[in-house]
Design a binder for this molecule. Sequence first.
Ligand code: NAD
Length: 497
Amino acid sequence: MAKSFRNFIAGKWVAPSTGEYFENRNPADTRDLIGRFPDSGAADIEAAVQSAGRGFGLWSRTPAPARGDVLRRVGDLLVSRKEEVADAMTREMGKVLAETRGDVQEGIDTAFYAATEGRRLFGHTVPSELPSKWAMSYRRPIGTCGLITPFNFPLAIPTWKAFPALLCGNSVIIKPSEDVPHTVTLLVEILLEAGLPPEVIQLVHGRGETVGKALVEHPAVGVISFTGSTETGAGIGQTCGRMHKRLSLEMGGKNAMIVMDDANLDLALEGVLWGAFGTTGQRCTATSRLLLHRRIHDRFVSRLADAAGKLRLGDGRKSGTDVGPLIHEESRMKVERYVEIGRDQGAELVTGGRRPAGAKYARGFFYQPTIFAGVKAGSRLEQEEIFGPVLSVVRFNSFDEAVRINNGVRYGLSSSLYTQDVNLSYRAMAELDNGITYINAPTIGAEAHLPFGGVKQTGNGHREGGWEVYEFYSETKVCYVDYSGRLQRAQIDNYDA
Ligand code: NAD
């Protein structure tokens, strides 16, 4: 009998009010049942919000350096449990162990950054325009933050949101992806072990359309941070706009790597394999378009097809595996639909394009690394987020044309340029319309201490990571202290007296 996991609400691990559970199975082998997780309802969100309100009262008055100390201990615990958490993550999400170790490391980096931020969280002191008057700003916590996370970074993304939110003095309610509920359960255990007061954090498992929606619509949850698809984010944005909530959206991508004719092609080849097929293409920053200069196009495509054909598909927990399964059957069917679309639109399938054969793959959601060449700018394959191991190759004649193609999609997360030309590198940084541009590296590889996010339909202007996220999770308060002993009227007494 598989274990039944619980929500964490009001300081206790509790069963859902609905009495219902959903199954969490290993996407590499669906016979492996990891556990049953709460299929919660709106009543569980209500209980979590009430508790989080009490948690906020306590935590917001705890000095920021003391809050940082808790997060430092969280980082220490993640270091000591890195292997165990990575293994649990690969088991429920599918990406290879090297990547889930990286995912945990991102959580560790985020914890240690947050810990030291507790001793910064700077405001400003500013000269007043009036004599004997002091002017300053400082950062205050906001309240209860609702955090809604996707499946592809089961630990890192919850930490990107929860750690800065907590450091700033807020309480949090996490609604993790129903595809990866186990990893975040381990994270909450670690936060509690590190000494976070219980009512400061709540974990409510369940479906987006029920508990996710109830969280977004709850009037006492003033902040929503969402990472997921652009479609889901659009609906959340409407609700938050109507209710005047502070909202951070991190959504889809259609990221391009541009390879010029002077590029180091060995480096570019290694980069595109990692960018396109790492995490089975299920990264928001995955390289899903490869723009090749016409002079190197044919050579590069042939080497790439050869190398992609050699990638070893399999269980991410087995050594030697390069590419794991997709997260579930619907994702694999989506990939198949796009492969059909590519064929129908006349693109040339140069490798992959089907499910792998063999008993080893029969129980998982595997799909071969797939490359289409001859993809036209503006076609559906080139424009739409597939979120799987499908790379579209587009030929271009000039740097200007490559920039136009890169910018011609509705998303704007990351981009990359391979060249030896320093002038083109700087032009790329200025002209590629994305939140992140890499030079001589693939479209993936964000570091925890730099702001992360995209432009256009990828986001709504906020950033996760680095120093900027602390502004999202705190409110600026300005204070004036007039010690002149008389009424001083700003804009009037100092000019018209
Ligand atoms: P998804 O939109 O299906 O789900 C994300 C989360 O939203 C889940 O927890 C889900 O339960 C919840 N949800 C669904 N409907 C909801 C609703 N009506 N109200 C509230 N919550 C709801 O996304 P996914 O399939 O888990 O993740 C893949 C997507 O995430 C891709 O589009 C990818 O590009 C994007 N993503 C973006 C970033 C980024 O930082 N830009 C990072 C990772 C993933």
